[in-house]
Design a protein around this ligand. Sequence first.
Ligand code: TGC
Ligand code: FAD
Length: 388
Amino acid sequence: MAKFNGVDFYNLDSLLSEEERQVRDVVREWVDDNVIPIIEKCCRDDRFPHELVKPMGEMGLLGVNLSGYGCPGLSNVAYGLVCQELERGDSAIRSFASVQGSLCMFPIWKFGSEDQKNKYLPGMAKGELIGCFGLTEPDHGSNPSGMVTRAVDEGDHYRLNGAKMWITNGTIADLAIVWAKLDGVIHGFIVEKGDPGFTAPEMKGKHSLKASVTSELVFQDCIIPKDRILPGVRGLKGPLSCLTNARFGISWGAIGAAMACFHSAREYTLSRTQFGRPIAGFQLVQNKLAYMLREITKAQLLALQCGRLKDAGTLIPEQVSLAKMNNVDIALEIARMSRDMHGANGILDEYPVMRHMANLESVRTYEGTHDIHNLILGKWVTGIQAFE
Ligand code: TGC
Ligand code: FAD
């Protein structure tokens, strides 16, 4: 397939800083050289490419938009562009970086003590320590406020009991940010691999995100020292503010997956001949390509403006919900369309489209399902909460 050179119908590059363009281009090349050549095999083998973690750290792709403690301290737009390029490779690689940076490093950076920041953040930025984020439980997905995982204060330590499910990076993580109720109020705790009573078995049998590790986290009388509570936050707004950061990254990442599917559809339909000419010459096929270009362009504008608002400190969670919901929705639609345009070849792993399509089904569900984001927006429009 021809080299990917980006999709930029409205010269959006002119709205990026020199540094942002450079970051995007470096990550794009790295993904072409290091992710795309191995990712289909990783998916076939249900294997997360662990060997990419340290290089990602060396390139400054972990905790991109955090500053100090060895973190790169780049703009939120640069963080978004990194997510876009990683997910053009595969959602699993972007997922890894999202969880590491936005869901594990961010809460330590924002809510942690100085000792916690110094202990974990530099190693996490380098990819020497891997993190995960435990919010979802078997019986509490969209409604995390109902969580049953409990911490009890026993003087010089906390005792944790409960279970988390669907946790990205869980089995390979050195530390987990675990949200649990202490005296009925949600708090964040740092649980380390090897803490007594903590196990993280891998979940098997996924048809989606096959190159990502997904796990349960089980706490059976798990004992953690007193200094592992995150002192700077209490209540559901703790995990939800981490999610706002990660959902922002996903709104960019989904564009990368959409671009990969668009690129493959264009290349394929230009070279595939039926009825005596390239199928790209038929009006119905061009209609689909025009739809893809249209929706990718709109998604880029949404993500970019979210990034600029985030950099200015004025982005509200509802704006992130709209961008996450829309951009994942159009990416999934583009992936399905692209699969169709490849005909039978579209089901083969010689082409990236079915892999992206299957991945995007998870992306539509995690970090707030499509309909949860609709409800968040419904509440913003009407002032009426319709969750329960
Ligand atoms: P609600 O009463 O609305 O809010 C409770 C408190 O939180 C504040 N808040 C937020 N703060 C920051 N960012 C946000 N997005 C926030 N949304 C709400 C809110 O102001 C309030 O603060 P305060 O001070 O008044 O206490 O809470 P609710 O119980 O009604 O829940 C609302 C709902 C349903 C939207 C929320 O529970 C939700 O978003 N549910 C979806 C759950 C979810 O997204 N789970 C994701 C798990 S992690 C994951 O999927 C990682 S995958 C990663 C990967 O592999 O890439
Ligand atoms: P449910 O909440 O049971 O929802 C099922 C359906 O009901 C959905 O269509 C939903 O939109 C709908 N629904 C629910 N409530 C309402 C309502 N009030 N009104 C209308 N419709 C409603 N979680 C973590 O904590 N950490 C992770 O790292 C993580 N990684 C993940 C990785 C993968 C691959 C996947 C698939 C999930 C991951 N998750 C993670 C969990 C993810 O966040 C949850 O799956 C998601 O929040 C939805 O919860 P649920 O699956 O329990 O679905």
